[in-house]
Design a protein around this ligand. Structure first.
Ligand SMILES: *Cc1c(COP(=O)(O)O)cnc(C)c1O
Length: 859
C-alpha cells in the first residue's frame, strides 16, 4: 500500500508566523475568521446565514483558537513522565461549550464586539447551541466541573465516557404532566468534536472461555466472544481558564466491526448484516435516564463495559507509545471511578494484564489496586449497583471468573482477619447470595481501589458508619472525604456577567482563577452604595428570568417578589412535595384570612423525573396542579405564583441560579450525598433554606449560621425516630395547619374534585412517609416564616446575599480537584508551552499568539 500523502512543513512555512495571525484574538481577526467560516465552512453568503450557520461559524472560529493549545498540550504530555488522571464517568453533563470557551480564552467581550460590528447579538448566537446533555444531573455535572478545574489547574487529564447519540430526554409539560421526547443533540452536527478513527479499538462481548496450557506450560484462558464491536473515540477540547492547557474529553461510540459482518455478507444476507450493524450501534444509542435507582438492564451493563474496555485499551496504547511496560500502568495513570458505573474496569484491567499480557496474578493485582480510586455518590441502598449473576456471566464470562478469583483470595484474607465471623463474609463478598444471586459493584470498586471517597463530610461519615461499614473496618485507611465543588467559570463568570463585572470592579478578577479571593468582598456587605448595586444586579437577573419564564410557560411573574427556587431531579428523597405542602399552607392562610401578612413569592420548580418513576411524575403533577389553582385565584395570584419551568438543564440553570433569592435544599437528612446545586445558588448570592444534609452542613459552616436557614431533623434524629417507630399520622393529627393542607389534597381540591389523582401521594404520606415530610413540616413552615421576615428587610437580605457569595470560595471545584490531586492521585501540574504550528518548536514568548499564555510555562 502506498504511504498516504503527508502535508509537510516546508522551510518556508516554518518561518511563517501564519498561525499567530490567523488565530489571533483581536476583534478584527475574530470578525474576519467568523466571516470566512460562514462562507467556507457553512457555505453561505452572510446575508443567507441561518442562526445555526452563525453559531457554527463562531464555534469553528473559537475551536481554531483552541487547536494550537490542544496540540501543544498533547505534545507536552507525550514527552514528559508525570502521572495522568483518567476520569472514568458514564456521564458528562457538559452544557454548552461556546460561551465557556470564550470565557476561558478571555475573549468574551471581544467576541461580543466583533459580532456587534456585524449587527449580530452574541447572546442570540450562543442560544443556538444545543447542549450535550450526556448526563442525568449532579453526578454528570460534577464530572464536567472537574474537567474544567483539571484543565484550569494544568493537570494532565483525560475524561473518558460514552458518546450517547441521544442524551437525557427532553421534557415538556402537557396537561400538567411530564412528557418525554428524544434529545437529538447531534442533529446540526457537533463542531467541538474530532473523530479519531485511527485510535478505534475492538471490544468483545458474550461467548465463553477456554482454559488451556500454552507451549511454555503456563495455564492460560482464552475468551471466545459471541460478538465484537468497534469503539471509535470522539475528542473534544477542554480548555482551562486563561492557561495553555487544553485537555481531552474522549467519548466512545460503538460501531459494527466489518470483520464480523463479512461472513453474513458472503452468505448473501445483506439485510441481516445491516441489522447486525444496527444492533452493534445500539450500544451507545441512548443515555439511561435513571437517577438514584438501578435497573439491571443488559444494554446498560454492555455500555459500562464497552466504554471502560475502550478507555483501558486507549491508556495501554498511550503507555506503550511512551515506551513503558504494562506493569507501570499505575505509575502513569490515576484512574478515578465516578461511582460504580465504570467499576468493571477493575476486572478488565486484571484481564488485560493476566490474559493478554501474561502478567502474574499477584503483580497484576498490585498494579490494579494502585491505579484505581473510587468515588461513592449515594446513601440510598436502591441505588447501589448489582448485576444478576446470570446476566453478568452471559455478557462477561471471563470477568465473572476473574471476579470469583478476586473474591476467593479476598475472602481468605477476611476469614483470617475476622476469625469466625461468617456473617461478615457474606456481607463483604463480591457476590450477593440472597435470592437471585448478584455481583455487587460497590464491593468490587472498594476492593480494587486504593482510596474510597465520599462527596461531603456527612456523607463520608455515614459511608463509614453505615453503607460501607464492613469495608471501612477492613481498610480504614482507604477512606477519605472530598467535598464536591462547582466551577466558578461556568457558574459565575459565564452565567452571571453582571455580578462578575461588579465583583471584578470591587476586588479585581483574581477570584475567577482562585475563588478564595472572593472573600475580599466581605467588607462591601456593609457598604450601602455597593449593596444597592448588588441589588440592581440581582433585580436585572430576575427580570431576565421573568422574561424567560413568560416565553416558556406564559406565566407572568413579578421580579419584585421573592424568587423561591427548587431546581434538581425530581425525587422523593429531595422532597419537592414538601415545598408544595408549604405553598398550600400559605394559600390556606390567605384564603382563611385575606389580610394575612404574606410576603409575595414566586415559587419556581424545575427538574426531570425518570420516565418509569411514577411517584416522581406524580410529584410534577402535584406542582402543576397547585400552580393552576394558585395562579388563577384572584385573591391569591398577586401574592403567590407557582411555576414549573419545563426541561431543566445546564442552559436553563445558567439563567436560574443567578436569579434566585431563596435556594431550596430540603432533602431528608442523611439522603443527599452532597448536592452541588446548593453551591451554585450560594455563589450567586441566593440564601439557602436547607436541612442538615450533604454539603448543606459545610455551606452553613462556611457562610455562617446567621446567614443560613436550617430546619428539620438532623441525620441522628432521623435514625432515632425511625428506630422508635415513626408514625406520620401523629403529626397530621396534632398540627391543624398540616391537617388542613392534607385535607385539601385529600378532598381533590387541586384535582378538580377527583380525589383519586393524588391518592398515592397523601396515602403514602399518612401511612409510611419514608422521607418524613410530615415530621419536618412544622419546622419547615416556621423557618419559611423567618425567611419572609428577613426578605422584608432589604438591607439585611442584601448583606446576607453578599456574604453568601463572599464565603463560598471553598465550594470551587478547583479546591476539590486540588484535594484529589494531592491526597488521591498524587499528580502535579504540568504547564504547557505553545508549540509553533509548522516547525513543532517551542514558541518564544514574544512570538506567542496574542492571548497565548506561554509566559506562564517555566520548566
Ligand atoms: C447542578 C445541577 C444538578 C444538581 O443539582 P442538585 O441540586 O445538587 O441536585 C442537576 N442538574 C443540572 C442541570 C445541574 O446544573
Amino acid at each position: 500500500m502506498n504511504e498516504p500523502t503527508r502535508l509537510r512543513a516546508t522551510p518556508a512555512a516554518s518561518t511563517d508566523h501564519g498561525d499567530d495571525t490567523r488565530t489571533a484574538m483581536s476583534g478584527a481577526t475574530i470578525r474576519r475568521a467568523f466571516l470566512d467560516h460562514v462562507f467556507y465552512t457553512q457555505g453561505k453568503l452572510p446575508g443567507h446565514a441561518s442562526g445555526n450557520d452563525l453559531y457554527q461559524a463562531l464555534a469553528h472560529t473559537v475551536r481554531d483558537r483552541l487547536v494550537q493549545r490542544w496540540i501543544s498540550t498533547a505534545e507536552t504530555y507525550q514527552s514528559q513522565p508525570s502521572r495522568t488522571v483518567a476520569y472514568l464517568s458514564a456521564e458528562f453533563l457538559m452544557g454548552p461549550h461556546l460561551g465557556n470557551n470564550l470565557v476561558n480564552l478571555g475573549i468574551f467581550d471581544d467576541a461580543r464586539a466583533a459580532m456587534a460590528s456585524l449587527d449580530l447579538d452574541l447572546d442570540e448566537i450562543l442560544a443556538q447551541e444545543v447542549e450535550p446533555g450526556l448526563g442525568n444531573g449532579g453526578l454528570g455535572r460534577l464530572a464536567a466541573c472537574f474537567m474544567d478545574s483539571l484543565a484550569s489547574l494544568e493537570i494532565p487529564a483525560l475524561g473518558y465516557g460514552i458518546r450517547y447519540e441521544y442524551g437525557i430526554f427532553q421534557q415538556s409539560i402537557i396537561d400538567g404532566m411530564q412528557v418525554e421526547s428524544t434529545d437529538t443533540w447531534l442533529r446540526n452536527g457537533n463542531p467541538w468534536e474530532i473523530q479519531r478513527s485511527e485510535w478505534a479499538v475492538q471490544v468483545r462481548l458474550g461467548g465463553h472461555t477456554e482454559h488451556y496450557t500454552d507451549d511454555r506450560g503456563h495455564y492460560r484462558v482464552r475468551w471466545v466472544p459471541a460478538k465484537t464491536v468497534h469503539g471509535v473515540p470522539f475528542d473534544s477540547p477542554i480548555l482551562g481558564y486563561q492557561v495553555n492547557t487544553v485537555n481531552t474529553l474522549r467519548l466512545w461510540r460503538a460501531e459494527a466491526t466489518e470483520a464480523f459482518d463479512f461472513h453474513t455478507f458472503n452468505r448473501g444476507d445483506y439485510l441481516g448484516a445491516v441489522n447486525k450493524k444496527v444492533t452493534s450501534e445500539n450500544l451507545t444509542k441512548v443515555l439511561y435516564p435513571n437517577d438514584e435507582t438501578q435497573q439491571g438492564k443488559e444494554l446498560r451493563l454492555e455500555q459500562q463495559y464497552f466504554f471502560v474496555a475502550c478507555s483501558l485499551q486507549d491508556m495501554l496504547r498511550l503507555l506503550s507509545k511512551q515506551g513503558l511496560p504494562v506493569t507501570s500502568f499505575h505509575e502513569k495513570f490515576a484512574v478515578q471511578l465516578n461511582d460504580t458505573h465504570p467499576a468493571i474496569g477493575i476486572a478488565e484491567l486484571m484481564r488485560l494484564l493476566v490474559d493478554d499480557h501474561g502478567v502474574a496474578w499477584p503483580e497484576a493485582w498490585h498494579v490494579t489496586r494502585h491505579a484505581f480510586a473510587y468515588t461513592n455518590h449515594t446513601l440510598l441502598p436502591e441505588a447501589l449497583e448489582q448485576w444478576p449473576l446470570e446476566l453478568f456471566g452471559r455478557i462477561l464470562p471471563r470477568h465473572l471468573e476473574i471476579i470469583y478469583e478476586i473474591n476467593a483470595r479476598f475472602l481468605d484474607e477476611v476469614r483470617i482477619r475476622f476469625y469466625g465471623d461468617e456473617s461478615r463474609l457474606t456481607r463483604l463478598s463480591l457476590i450477593n447470595e440472597h435470592g437471585q444471586r448478584n455481583v455487587r459493584m460497590a464491593n468490587l470498586a472498594c476492593l480494587g481501589s486504593h482510596t474510597i471517597n465520599g462527596v461531603a463530610e456527612l456523607h463520608s461519615r455515614l459511608m463509614r458508619e453505615d453503607v460501607l461499614k464492613d469495608v471501612y473496618e477492613m481498610w480504614p485507611d482507604k477512606f477519605t472525604n472530598v467535598t464536591n465543588g462547582v466551577t466558578p467559570r461556568r457558574w459565575i463568570a459565564l452565567s452571571n456577567p453582571r455580578m462578575t463585572r461588579l465583583v471584578t470592579e470591587a476586588i479585581g478578577d483574581g477570584w475567577i482563577r482562585d475563588l478564595d479571593q472572593i472573600r475580599a468582598l466581605e467588607p462591601y456587605a456593609d457598604d450601602a452604595a455597593f449593596r444597592e448595586r448588588w441589588y440592581d444586579v440581582r433585580r436585572e437577573n430576575k427580570r431576565d428570568l421573568a422574561k424567560l419564564v413568560r416565553e416558556n410557560t406564559g406565566v407572568v411573574i413579578d421580579p419584585d417578589s421573592m424568587f423561591d427556587v427548587m431546581v434538581k431531579r425530581i425525587h422523593e428523597y429531595k422532597r419537592q412535595h414538601l415545598a408544595v405542602l408549604h405553598i398550600i399552607a400559605l394559600y390556606h392562610r390567605i384564603k382563611s384570612d385575606p389580610h394575612a401578612d404574606i410576603t409575595p413569592r414566586t415559587f419556581l420548580f424545575g427538574g426531570k423525573a425518570a420516565p418509569g418513576y411514577h411517584y416522581a411524575k406524580l410529584m410534577i403533577r402535584f406542582v402543576t396542579s397547585v400552580a393552576d389553582v394558585v395562579n388563577n385565584d384572584p385573591q391569591v395570584r398577586d401574592r403567590l405564583k407557582v411555576v414549573f419551568l419545563p426541561n431543566f438543564n445546564v442552559t436553563y440553570g445558567q439563567r436560574i441560579y443567578p436569579a434566585a433569592d431563596l435556594s431550596e435544599q430540603i432533602s431528608l437528612a442523611g439522603k443527599e450525598a452532597s448536592g452541588t446545586g446548593n453551591m451554585k445558588f450560594a455563589m450567586n448570592g441566593a440564601i439557602t433554606i436547607g436541612t442538615m444534609d450533604g454539603a448543606n452542613i459545610e455551606l452553613r459552616d462556611a457562610i455562617g449560621a446567621d446567614f443560613f436557614f436550617p430546619f428539620g431533623l438532623n441525620a441522628a434524629e432521623v435514625y432515632a425516630l425511625k428506630a422508635a417507630g415513626y408514625r406520620p399520622a401523629t403529626f397530621y393529627e396534632s398540627n391543624p395547619e398540616l391537617r388542613a393542607v392534607i385535607d385539601l389534597i385529600q378532598h381533590g381540591f387541586f384535582s378538580k374534585g377527583d380525589a383519586a389523582v393524588f391518592r398515592p401521594l397523601f396515602e403514602g404520606l399518612l401511612q409510611h412517609d419514608p422521607y418524613m415530610l410530615l415530621a419536618d413540616f412544622a419546622s419547615y413552615v416556621h423557618c419559611q416564616q423567618d425567611v419572609s421576615h428577613a426578605y422584608g428587610d432589604r438591607t439585611r437580605w442584601q448583606r446576607m446575599s453578599i456574604l453568601s457569595s463572599a464565603r463560598s470560595g471553598r465550594f470551587s471545584s478547583d479546591r476539590a480537584i486540588r484535594e484529589y490531586a494531592d491526597r488521591i492521585w498524587r499528580v502535579e501540574p504540568v504547564p504547557v508551552c505553545l508549540l509553533h504550528r509548522a516547525s513543532g518548536q517551542v514558541q518564544g514568548a514574544q512570538q506567542a499568539g496574542e492571548g497565548g499564555f506561554s509566559e506562564r510555562c517555566g520548566s
